[in-house]
Design a protein around this ligand. Sequence first.
Ligand code: C2E
Ligand code: MG
Ligand code: MG
Length: 723
Amino acid sequence: MASSNKELEKDLTDIEFENSLFKEAILFNAILFFKVNISKDIITEDNILNPNSEIKVPQPEDFGLKPPYSFKELCQKIRSSFIPEDTDDDVTFLDDPLNRIKSAYDRGVKNFCVNYWIGKDNKKTTFINQLVIIQKHDDGDLYAFIVLRNFYKVQQDLKRSYEKQIENYAFYDPITEGPNYNKFKTTLQGLGIPGVIVAIDIHSFKIVNSICGISKGDNVIKTVWDKILSTLDSEKYEFAAHVNSDHYIVFYPTYDTEFIIERIGELTQLIRDCSQILKVPTLEPYFGISEWHPGKKVELSNNEAVVAKHTAKNLTSENYSFFDRRDNLRLIREKKIVDAFDSAIENEEFKVWFQPKYNPITKKMVGAEALVRWQQEDGSIISPISFIPIFEQNGIIRKLDEYIFKKVCQYQKNWEMQGKKTVPISVNLSRASLYFKDIVSQYKQILDEIGLDPALVPIEITETAAVNNESIKDIADSFYKAGFPLHMDDFGSGYSSLSTLNVLHFETLKLDKSLVDYIGNFGGDRVIEHTICLAKELGISVTAEGVENEDQDRFLKHIGCDNIQGYFYSKPIPFEEFELKLDNFCILNNNLSTDKIAEHIVEYRQSMIKPTLYTFIVNLTQNYVTQDSGVCDWLSESKNFSSYDEMIKNLAENYVLENDRAAYLNFFDRKKLLDTYCGCEETRILHYHRFLKKTPSNMRSLINIFSIPESNDLWMYVSVTQL
Ligand code: C2E
Ligand code: MG
Ligand code: MG
């Protein structure tokens, strides 16, 4: 008698099962198997499949039967010897098995089951599930495979596996295959030792999920879990659970703050290291800690730990925080802010303010930065630092950034259509927005729909974003390829290197206020000088932020900082005020009057550090000098010349030292100035020597070239200073 499941499996391969599960189901707890030729009523094969089974199933030998023997006879023997009297099961099958199988086959039934109790001495001991699978062979005979299963055991096994499943659902986490929060609670309550609950959260995990996909996200959850487990000492009753998403919870049976902080430090390092192993953006864990003691609800301690964890997220110095009752109030306030976002967008409560950027030499506005303000219904204005970090935590920031970007594009387009001369207005792009890969195509689409040149809306990306994330490189590349100038914001507030800037195609570096605040301190001055120098070598322009006083402005101008943004020039201003500034900026666009030219000059002159000796205004195109002023002696030198060309020639020949004469003529060459004028206002400087009352003197001539569109003429303002 063959006796292995393998052989049964082999036999069953002849049968076309609907699927492999069905086959497995047949084998599940099978204890006896017959193959019967129904047409001839002969058992052709039999198997004891589970000889070690404790259940004694009657064997054909028990009835004195030897193969080949009659199936009907076997059934009758079973019926009379093992079926208890009071059974109401389907034992009638055993009375007439052959006809039952034949008629089933005639009805198109290919398999069926009968269930009955068997036992000894009229006692029910085993509940049998008898499976019949019918087949017609090529010889025309009808065959049946008959499998007897211990149904009681089947049921018991199913029940046990079901209970285990329930327990799994209730207490175990499918991703980590470790305990879940319920298990954590039960364990802690059962243990009853005082200590702390530590809630852990991985900053920007949701972003990892959306960039790298859910399966990578699961991988991160599991890897972090393994790291957490590796630090726990179960013998000292330390244990943990995965709560959900990127949230974990740990119990340490101690109130020893130093010990806890040390353990958190250890975990932080292990979790950060996972980023490299998994090739995902930096995983930054945050920890919130709350005390627990027997009698206190675990949920309460957990909630407190979660609140503390949110506090930790906003700290710059540490990544953990111990629960403080005041945290609750803050959390409620933050939730209110998030909840109000959608309606604030709908009601246009987010306003774009503008902070102009200036050229420190010409004092002219060369650009601006768009800064969001939240104007509430009551007119009060909320600063972005109170809501941007909150929006950054949950991805809302992307919607806000896009909203501001779109608004700025629309403003620029309107000004362009009104024929206003405008300046590039940079928009901020949060670190969190950068994690969305489609951001560039989205911005490009907005730009295309509005029909604007990307040069008018540079993108500001903060230094930390650019340094911390490899995928930022691709996004920066795409922005660059789409034509957006890239500005690195807050340079100096983190750990950037200038080489990053070059690789990432940054066009402008924005020196952070924290660096600018160091001006006046020897070391600080050198750092800024060095940074500007290196940036220049890389062809990157520099804008200093947060310039508040004249000393800072002067220093920055002196060391070649290209542009300045700060309260010294202008605070961020609302739309109407900025539009007015744009109008003033284009004074010469509106009205060709000497008054306007004079105004321009006055404004320009304010920019000069030293008072000038002598100035004049030239119409370069028409070759005449319209106005001159200054110290009398000097004025007489330029008087009585009918043309500018003539005047310059005379001054060069009679007053400028020979060594500098060629440079002087070249610098003031009218034709050259007309040819090289690049279309926007510009300033050039020449140093030279000339006679001053017969003694040589060191001079500086500064020219400011500007256009007046209505007349098509090019103008020049010349100021001459003795150094
Ligand atoms: P930021 O991009 O570095 O912008 C410069 C911040 O410095 C602005 O603060 C500006 O008002 C302030 N500032 C400029 N000059 C001076 C100065 O001379 N002294 C001082 N004390 N501060 C000066 P604001 O407008 O409060 O914005 C703060 C930050 O909020 C911004 O820093 C930027 O990171 C963020 N932000 C503003 N608008 C947006 C936005 O639309 N999207 C995103 N993602 N972030 C924005
Ligand atoms: Mg900025
Ligand atoms: Mg900044």
